[in-house]
Design a protein around this ligand. Structure first.
Ligand SMILES: NC(=O)c1ccc[n+]([C@@H]2O[C@H](COP(=O)([O-])OP(=O)(O)OC[C@H]3O[C@@H](n4cnc5c(N)ncnc54)[C@H](O)[C@@H]3O)[C@@H](O)[C@H]2O)c1
Ligand SMILES: [Zn+2]
Ligand SMILES: [Zn+2]
Length: 370
């Protein structure tokens, strides 16, 4: 069958919309009709070449849709199921999955190669074989993906909102709840209020943080953070230091969760200075794979017993955390409607990313048509 997809061919070039041929699902694979796809910053890292991926690649790794066909041996879902995709697949049996760390499943090794197990490329077109971002490629009307990349959700959930639970919500919420392990009464600083950071604010609020300090140079982002649970907001971490000192009687933050579009050593140092003894800096935002963006005084780290931690998919387990977070949305504890700024058609994907880079969106969502 044919599918319209948003493809990146060369770093630095605009994303192109192209018609590709899509193979039928083989063993363990499913055909999904994507209904919605979220515009996360990580796709633009691939388009800009910050994240070096195998190209050409169908972009998009936040997605929701309906299973239209299943290949032989598929047991996790059936035709007609509504699903949210996980940008990290989970095999269930590797060392990491088996010990409750699905976000570092061994199957995730090829998310930037974009092929399915066995170097299989269901998408082909004028430039040969096309990979799919995170093995899903949700900026496409249809996809053939592995069953380990989808999680069945309740039929009555609105997929136009649930789509955010494929990346942005678990990544941000989990950075606070799982990685920083925020507990009641703590003080948390969240740096960068995009689709990820706003959910770190929501996670810190749910975990019982007393003070949640949101940092973003943009006023619209700071306002949204205050609406969804931040207690203070500043344009820059340096501006927050006096308030942080006063709020904590000099003990400083328990956690700094760093979710800027591009992680720099200045941002990491700012987070490091904002936490106190026993505090943790959580790195969620990305940069080039080999960028040396942690430059810190190690002796202070030791003497103040500080911790620096990376967080992938918010250290969530997709098979249990995607349904859990959606349940919290249904009960009103996590807000999704409020964090979607604008919707786009697939043809408008470049406009969507221009808006993201201009800071207009907390999250933009592509609405697919078929
Ligand atoms: N670790 C993971 O699992 C994971 C998952 C998804 C995305 N990411 C990464 O997380 C980052 C954020 O993604 P997003 O979709 O929320 O991006 P976004 O572009 O929606 O949001 C980034 C925000 O950071 C703000 N910002 C930029 N410079 C800043 C600074 N110096 N101080 C404070 N704020 C600053 C911007 O104004 C913007 O509001 C990206 O690097 C993305 O690739 C990581
Ligand atoms: Zn993402
Ligand atoms: Zn696994």
């Amino acid at each position: 069958m044919k599918t319209q997809a948003a493809v990146v061919y060369e770093p630095g070039k605009r994303i192109e919309i192209e018609e590709l041929d899509l193979d039928k699902p083989q063993a363990g694979e499913v055909l999904i009709r994507y209904t919605y796809a979220g515009l996360c910053h990580s796709d633009i890292h691939v388009a800009h070449g910050d994240l070096e991926a195998r190209l050409p690649m169908v972009l998009g790794h936040e997605g929701a849709g309906i299973i239209e066909e299943v290949g032989p041996g598929v047991t996790r879902v059936k035709e007609g199921d509504h699903v949210v995709c996980s940008f990290i697949p989970n095999c269930g049996t590797c060392r990491y999955c088996a010990s409750g760390q699905q976000s570092i499943c061994d199957m995730g090794a090829t998310i930037l190669e974009g092929y399915l197990p066995g170097e299989r490329f269901p998408n082909t077109g004028p430039r040969g074989q096309y990979g799919a971002m995170c093995m899903i490629g949700t900026f496409s009307q249809w996809g053939v993906i592995h069953q380990n990349s989808v999680v069945k959700v309740d039929d009555d959930l609105p997929l136009d909102k649930a789509v955010l639970v494929g990346c942005g919500v678990p990544t941000g919420w989990g950075a606070a709840v799982n990685t920083a392990k925020v507990s009641p009464g703590q003080t948390v600083i969240v740096v960068g209020i995009g689709g990820i950071g706003i959910n770190a604010v929501q996670g810190a609020r749910m975990a019982g943080a007393k003070n949640i300090i949101a940092i973003d140079p943009l006023e619209n982002k700071r306002e949204k953070a205050m609406e969804l649970g931040a207690t203070h907001s500043f344009a820059d971490t340096a501006d927050a230091m006096e308030t942080l000192t006063n709020l904590t009687r000099g003990q400083m933050a328990d956690a700094a969760i760093l979710t800027p579009g591009l992680m720099t050593s200045e941002i990491v140092a700012g987070g490091f200075n904002a936490i106190g003894k026993g505090g943790v800096v959580v790195l969620t935002g990305l940069n080039k794979l080999m960028e040396q963006n942690i430059e810190l005084p190690g002796t202070i780290l030791t003497l103040f017993r500080k911790t620096i931690k990376g967080s992938l998919f918010g250290d969530c387990n997709p098979t249990t955390d995607i349904p859990k977070i959606l349940g919290l949305y249904q009960s009103g504890d996590i807000k999704l409607d409020e964090i979607i700024t604008r919707t786009y058609t697939l043809d408008q994907v470049n406009e969507g990313y221009d808006d993201l880079l201009a800071g207009k969106n907390v999250r933009g969502v592509v609405v697919h048509s078929h």
